[in-house]
Ligand binder design. Structure first.
Ligand code: NAD
Length: 356
């Protein structure tokens, strides 16, 4: 099994080093090869996604990604900015399914802005379609309004669309993920107003025919946003389109209150994936040894589960993370009085020790 290691910029190299340490400690025969990406890619090869890095990502069974973004490259034209690397990888590897768990460990319940009893023990998974919907639909643009009460004025317009196969493949991902969890899927749509999402609902119901053991419910997106804040623990897996998923996954992430704890996965149709923390390169704390590596370590656990077929090893890492939190170890972003403040490397070492 080959893993492409792409640390990127800012805190990327510091946090990815901890995840690599944890992966090595598992004693699995993984081959890990590293390559520059983002600002580091530009510095090394004049492009945020150098050809050799893309080639490595293509060859590998999975990609472990840190974060990209470096203010030193903000003056560059858009195509050469570090952030283009992640968009390029999603496009080139055809990563259409974004999996974002929002887990709130009871020890960190105080970090949420919601009452601890509402969020403590929260464990939901948002499955967001990543390559379709209004973000990519055509035609789009700004034009002279052709008809109606605003005829002749300038108007902006976009196209919301989903092909049947796009809905089918994301629905399969959600149902399969639910089988590995608590067996419940909530499909979030706006079927009462939008043709695209009426069609979405029809296809999700059809795919559900292959997963009778999984419970399916449908929810309008406005209600889903409300329920996420009112009673988030009632969800297991939420599956939705690109735009609704974009908004709901950030909302769910913030329920946990600690961005340094949230992993993510982006998968292709064959189960290959790119795994990365949900946060960015945090240039404000880069190089200080204080970044929280747990989101990246938990991303490595997702990689073991979803791309490398190592469920037990994934669970071992997640248990180790729970254990270090129970020991009271905290990086500054999740520190509370009465706990023990540790740095990035110490946190990584503690997870390795807890694996044993
Ligand atoms: P950010 O997520 O990097 O940082 C937001 C805040 O959270 C900062 O205060 C930061 O210190 C803190 N933070 C983030 N991760 C942390 C961690 N692991 N431990 C402790 N604290 C952490 O978002 P931003 O500041 O808006 O963006 C910084 C750069 O990252 C920008 O260049 C942006 O484009 C890029 N970015 C990249 C990705 C990606 O690589 N997928 C995602 C988002 C942002």
């Amino acid at each position: 099994m080959k893993i492409a290691i792409l640390p990127g910029d800012g805190i990327g190299p510091e946090i990815v080093a901890q995840a690599v340490k944890v992966l090595r400690a598992l004693g699995e025969p993984f081959e890990m090869e590293q390559a520059p990406v983002g600002g580091a890619g530009y510095a090394a090869a004049g492009h945020p996604l150098p050809e050799a890095t893309l080639q490595l990502a293509r060859e590998a069974d999975a990609v472990l990604f840190g974060a990209v973004g470096d203010y030193r490259y903000d003056h560059l034209e858009r195509a050469l900015r570090p952030e283009q690397a992640i968009l390029g990888l999603r496009r080139e590897l055809q990563l259409f399914a974004n999996l974002r768990p929002a887990i709130l460990y009871p020890e960190l319940a105080g970090a949420s802005t919601l009452k601890p009893e509402v969020v403590s023990g929260l464990d939901i998974l948002i499955v967001r379609e990543l390559t379709g919907d209004i973000y990519f639909g055509k035609p789009r643009g700004v034009r002279e309004c052709p008809d109606g009460p605003f005829k002749g004025e300038r108007e902006g317009f976009d196209t919301m669309r989903y092909a049947e196969s796009e809905i089918r493949r994301i629905a399969h991902v959600a149902f399969q993920a639910a089988r590995k969890r608590h067996g419940r899927v909530t499909s979030v749509d706006k079927a009462n107003v939008l043709e695209t999402f009426q069609f979405w609902r029809e296809i999700v119901i059809d795919v559900h025919g292959d997963y009778r053991d999984v419970q399916l419910e449908h929810m309008y997106v406005d209600n889903a946003a409300m329920q996420l804040v009112r009673a988030p623990k009632k969800f297991d897996v939420i599956v939705t389109g690109n735009m609704f998923g974009d908004i709901l996954s950030d909302c769910a992430a913030m329920l946990t209150g600690s961005i340094g704890m949230l992993p993510s996965a982006s998968l292709d149709a064959g189960g290959k994936g790119l795994y990365e923390p949900s946060h960015g390169s945090a240039p404000d704390i880069a190089g200080q040894g204080i970044a929280n590596p747990l989101a990246t370590i938990l991303s490595a656990a997702m990689m073991l589960r979803y791309s490398l077929g190592r469920e037990q090893q994934a669970a071992r890492i997640e248990d180790a993370v729970r254990s270090v939190l129970a020991q009271g170890l905290r990086t500054p972003d999740i520190y509370e009085p009465g706990t023990t403040r540790v740095g990035t490397g110490q946190m990584g070492d503690a997870v390795v020790a807890a694996l044993a």
